[in-house]
Write a protein that binds this ligand. Structure first.
Ligand code: SAH
Length: 194
């Protein structure tokens, strides 16, 4: 398939991502913040992940700047990447539908924040991060470019490793035993595995 078609597919998927997430970002912004735990490191990692999932892929799609890093992935894998990315958007929607406005890009709790343990949260404690990781794997396959691909996976992987323990501590401080019991009996990112 033509390189141009992969770039168009990725741009459409990125725009679809913004449409899926946009209404829930608005809902979350409308709610008052109660607890804010984001450190400078956490904000830096959110910035790096934004580079990895939005800025670099968009530059890749619209310019020849990253051409020197191209790999030769077969078409079948690149098409599989489109399917994986699209599937991650479905998961992202299911997650956000459960959370409503009770979430934020940072480590934050809202006024009247309720603990969600239903929908995708029945299977893993961090399904939104699962969706992002899937999305970054899909992106890697679509772009077939080691710089854009690895930066996306690594920046988000690092955010997960650094943030999950702090997020769980924050949730446990707020919801006590209810969260502790839930997180003890539920996997983190992949059902039945980790
Ligand atoms: N780690 C979760 C949520 C990511 S968004 C996931 O991957 O699905 C981060 C925010 O979501 C946190 O700051 C917290 O406000 C909120 N949050 C995390 N787990 C939650 C849960 N089980 N119920 C309600 N809110 C949650």
């Amino acid at each position: 398939m033509d390189e141009y078609l992969y770039k168009t597919a990725l741009l459409i998927l990125i725009i679809a991502f913004l449409f899926v997430r946009g209404p829930f970002v608005m809902k979350s912004r409308k709610k008052e913040s109660k607890v804010m735990k984001s450190s400078a490191t956490d904000r830096l990692q959110v910035g790096l992940s934004t580079l990895g999932m939005m800025v670099f892929p968009v530059i890749f799609c619209l310019s020849p700047y990253f051409e020197g890093f191209m790999m030769n992935l077969p078409d079948a894998l690149r098409v599989a990447g489109i399917i994986i990315y699209a599937a991650s958007l479905v998961l992202m929607f299911l997650v956000l539908r459960e959370l409503g406005g009770d979430w934020s890009m940072n480590l934050e709790l809202k006024e009247g924040h309720s603990l969600v343990v239903s929908g995708p949260y029945r299977y893993v404690c961090h399904p939104m991060y699962t969706a992002f990781l899937l999305m970054m794997v899909g992106q890697f396959l679509i772009v077939s470019n080691w710089f854009v691909g690895i930066f996306g996976i690594a920046s988000f992987g690092l955010l997960c490793i650094m943030r999950i323990p702090n997020e769980e501590r924050m949730m446990e401080e707020e919801f006590g035993d209810e969260y502790r019991v839930y997180s003890e009996r539920t996997k983190r990112l992949i059902p039945f595995l980790i």
